[in-house]
Design a protein around this ligand. Structure first.
Ligand SMILES: NC(=O)c1ccc[n+]([C@@H]2O[C@H](COP(=O)([O-])OP(=O)(O)OC[C@H]3O[C@@H](n4cnc5c(N)ncnc54)[C@H](OP(=O)(O)O)[C@@H]3O)[C@@H](O)[C@H]2O)c1
Length: 315
């Protein structure tokens, strides 16, 4: 899956736009896309804090609070991110449990399934609890299982937003992400289409987050992360725990995990959260046990020696 594969070479920069100052625009359906306020987005308002559930928070765009450890909803679909999951009830339970555990940032895309991830989110969680941010994406299509084809054409993106609004039963999308850059379409045209969907024109499309592959072993996007820190943009690492392949065993990660009676995955997530205050990990899982384990990682604080040893594992 692309999200795991053939297009992996293609530089993936998911640019998120979020709500506020823009008051949204009406689409054909009467639905509304909310997009981010510009002035506050890059301002000093963005901050971290610790919530009562020990999941530290981030202000997306400076004004949309999310608990930093989120949930990636790519894995609740069928095998190969295609179709319905083998156990639909379980997928619904995983989503509801995530929210119960305090997760209020769920990452999805029209391409996951395709469509099934968004449909399951609505089935499990609509009407949505206050403060739940569903970040979806468009611009990467699925002509068949295992196939991921970029489509950044303006007409396609407009339809994609409309489709996501319907499937998610939303009248606005808090965070919309361009799933990939389509090299056949000028970036300006793709972003222009999204911009057009706002009620008011802006000089610059407000960008409030970036989503790139990043984990302990793969830090090729380190410079992007540093840029996000400088600009107070959220950074959502995909494959935060190595994707389906997992992370290499027998190293400082495993040592710290054993010493704390935690799992390697938990330590990897704790490392990500400590790596940067703008880091918004969205580990994906189809399992309630794994979900609970992952959310509990937000409470782990690594000591300086553990931190240094794990940090040295960069690939
Ligand atoms: N923008 C993009 O192009 C892009 C690409 C890929 C992904 N994403 C997003 O990023 C999210 C995260 O990426 P991802 O799901 O591919 O990779 P990931 O979170 O790094 O890893 C998910 C894999 O780890 C397993 N897992 C999860 N928790 C575990 C635990 N506690 N112990 C052991 N195994 C565990 C899952 O299997 P089980 O189901 O068995 O738990 C699954 O196979 C996705 O869900 C999606 O929302 C975006």
């Amino acid at each position: 899956m692309s999200d795991e594969s053939p297009n992996a070479k293609q530089k993936r920069v998911d640019s998120g736009i979020t709500r506020r100052t823009f008051l949204g625009m009406s689409l054909g359906t009467g639905a509304t896309l909310f997009a981010g306020g510009s002035a506050t987005i890059l301002g000093a308002d963005s901050s971290t804090a610790t919530s009562p559930v020990t999941n530290p928070t981030w202000q997306l765009g400076g004004d949309l609070p999310v608990n930093r450890l989120g949930f990636g909803a790519m894995r609740i679909t069928g095998e190969g991110i295609w179709g319905w999951p083998p156990d639909r009830e379980n997928a619904l339970k995983v989503l509801r449990r995530a929210v119960e555990l305090g997760v209020n940032l769920i990452d999805t895309a029209d391409a996951y399934g395709p469509e099934t991830s968004e449909l399951l989110i609505a089935e499990a969680l609509h009407p949505y609890p206050k403060g739940l941010v569903i970040a979806t994406k468009g611009g990467l299509t699925r002509p068949g299982p295992g196939q991921w084809v970029p489509n950044g054409r303006p007409e396609h993106l407009k339809q994609a937003v409309d489709g996501s609004l319907k499937r998610l039963r939303l009248d606005r999308i808090d965070l919309y992400q361009l799933h990939t850059v389509d090299r056949k379409v000028p970036m300006e045209a793709s972003l222009g289409a999204l911009k057009e969907m706002h009620e008011r024109a802006r000089k610059v499309l407000p960008i409030v987050s970036v989503q790139n592959q990043y984990n302990i072993e793969n830090r090729k996007s380190e410079n992007v992360l540093v840029y996000c820190e400088k600009k107070s943009l959220g950074f959502m690492p995909w494959f935060p725990i190595g994707g389906g392949r997992g992370l290499k065993p027998d190293n400082a990660l495993e040592k710290a995990a054993k010493a704390r009676g935690a799992s390697v995955v938990q330590v990897a997530l704790a490392w990500l959260l400590e790596r940067s205050p703008v880091m918004l990990p969205i580990p994906g899982t189809s399992s309630i046990a794994h979900l609970e384990e992952n959310v509990a990682a937000a409470a782990i604080k690594l000591n300086p020696a553990e931190w240094k040893a794990i940090d040295a594992l960069a690939g």
